[in-house]
Ligand binder design. Structure first.
Ligand code: ATP
Ligand code: MG
Length: 418
């Protein structure tokens, strides 16, 4: 029996990768415009990094990590998310010494042991961005605007922005206690996980996808009503900046996020089109994370978007680049002419395909159709001798007589692109 891949780990085939390139290129363009530079960190880190940052009592650390002991008896983990590794590198290389304000982005695979379904896989890909060193809500607004612009640029209107504030170490404990009291009264309706976390992480109940928990938490106390004055001011300023830039958003006071390091602003881009995989991008402020990992007291804010979910939302739109020209040949002698032409055209950036197998003219033309080539040309004995041929525009059959030279064919193709 032939071997298959590992469950939840997908191959991205060429037909689909063009859609991925489009997403990645758009992200690079929008992020670099905003002054972000790419950072590439390893896909594996010491397990301790994730336990210390994401938090022991989270779904990710409790159940989803790919953790193993390597041959040197070290506990290592395939990264379940990007921020922890990026901040580890930020601290390790003292990037803050040059400038505490760093704008970094990353893209690549992440790993979580979850139940695979549409939009949820065990290896999935994220594109994320982080700003360090800015307490001012302006950074929150820039990140949110950048996310909004990215989705507009790739042509998706569907995911909409929801924001919340989770407060800070000053005000969260009192909210936590109030919520705990509320949940304790309803513990019989909560799932085992939420019951277990009533003490360690009661906020998680608000994000639990189990219907009983959603029902039991209707009317739960709102975090926004428990913010201290400075968190309240921060959140108001974020909203004012979003209004100033006419960025659409709504407030969702139940959004708590599945990672412990968030403080103050949190947000998600959500869609109704992917079932319970509703979050397409998510993030927030993490003012305590860098110091918690042994770095200086520098704040941060960032997000990660799920590439697979964005690709699903983009749907079957055509992203592959079709050839500009298909060269069909009649005899063996003409194949040399065609090959030289193809080589010359490829060198100036014209996408050319030709027959590889000496097939019949009819089957060559079928292939030109299948590849959706813009033009086709047939080179037979007459064309090879005269050095001219009739180029057919495949869409409407229009024929143009052109010299079989790189310059003239290049000009023909470029003209029709304008
Ligand atoms: P969910 O609530 O759907 O489990 P999450 O809150 O765990 O998402 P984050 O940790 O915030 O997700 O990751 C940011 C983004 O990464 C998500 O919004 C989603 O688009 C994507 N993502 C997370 N987990 C997966 C997965 N297992 N498969 C595919 N994409 C994922
Ligand atoms: Mg999750």
């Amino acid at each position: 029996m032939a071997l298959t891949g590992v469950k939840g780990f997908n191959d991205i085939l060429p037909d689909e990768s063009s859609r991925w390139h489009y997403i990645e290129q758009t992200a690079r363009k929008v992020f670099e415009l905003n002054g972000f530079g790419e950072i590439r960190v390893p896909i594996m880190e010491k397990t301790e990094l994730f336990c210390r940052s994401i938090g022991d009592a989270t779904d990710i650390v409790e159940k989803e990590m790919y953790t193993f002991t390597d041959k040197g008896e070290n506990s290592v983990t395939l990264r379940p998310e990007g921020t922890a590794g990026v901040m580890r590198a930020f601290i390790e290389h003292k990037l803050y010494a040059q400038d505490p304000i760093a704008k970094l982005y990353y893209m690549g695979p992440m790993f979580r042991y979850e139940r695979p379904q549409k939009g949820r896989y065990r290896q999935f890909h994220q594109i994320g961005a982080e700003i360090t060193g800015v307490h001012d809500p302006l950074a929150d607004a820039q990140v949110l605007n950048m996310l909004t612009i990215f989705f507009r640029e790739i042509g998706l209107t569907e995911p909409t922005l929801q924001i919340n504030s989770l407060g800070c170490p000053e005000c969260r404990p009192s909210y936590r206690a109030t919520l705990q009291a509320f949940l304790n009264e309803r513990s019989s309706q909560l799932c085992d996980d939420c019951n277990r976390r009533l003490v360690t992480n009661p906020l998680r109940a608000l994000d639990c996808k189990i219907p009983g928990c959603s029902a039991a938490t209707v009317g739960a106390p709102s975090v926004l009503e428990h913010l201290c004055n400075s968190c309240n001011d921060h959140f108001s300023s974020v909203r004012r900046y979003l209004d100033l830039s006419a960025t659409p958003y709504s407030i969702n006071s139940r959004m708590v996020r599945g990672l412990d390091y968030y403080t103050r602003t949190t947000f998600e881009m959500v869609t109704g089109l992917l079932g319970s995989q509703s979050a397409v991008a998510a993030g927030g402020r993490y003012d305590g994370l860098i110091s918690q990992l042994g770095g200086p007291a520098i704040p941060g804010i960032g997000f990660a978007m799920g590439l697979e979910r964005i690709a699903l939302l983009l749907g079957a739109k055509e992203f592959t680049s079709q050839p500009d020209l298909f060269i069909a040949t009649i005899g063996a002698g003409e194949r040399d002419v065609a090959f030289r032409l193809m080589d010359g055209l490829l060198k100036v950036g014209v996408r050319v395909e030709m027959d590889y197998e000496g097939k019949s003219l009819k089957s060559q033309m079928r292939r030109a159709d299948k590849l959706k080539s813009l033009y086709s040309v047939v080179i037979g004995g007459n064309e090879a001798v005269s050095g001219r041929a009739s180029f057919k525009r495949m869409a409407d059959g229009l024929q143009t007589d052109v010299a079989l030279t790189v310059t003239d064919i290049h000009a023909l193709v470029r003209k029709s692109e304008q």
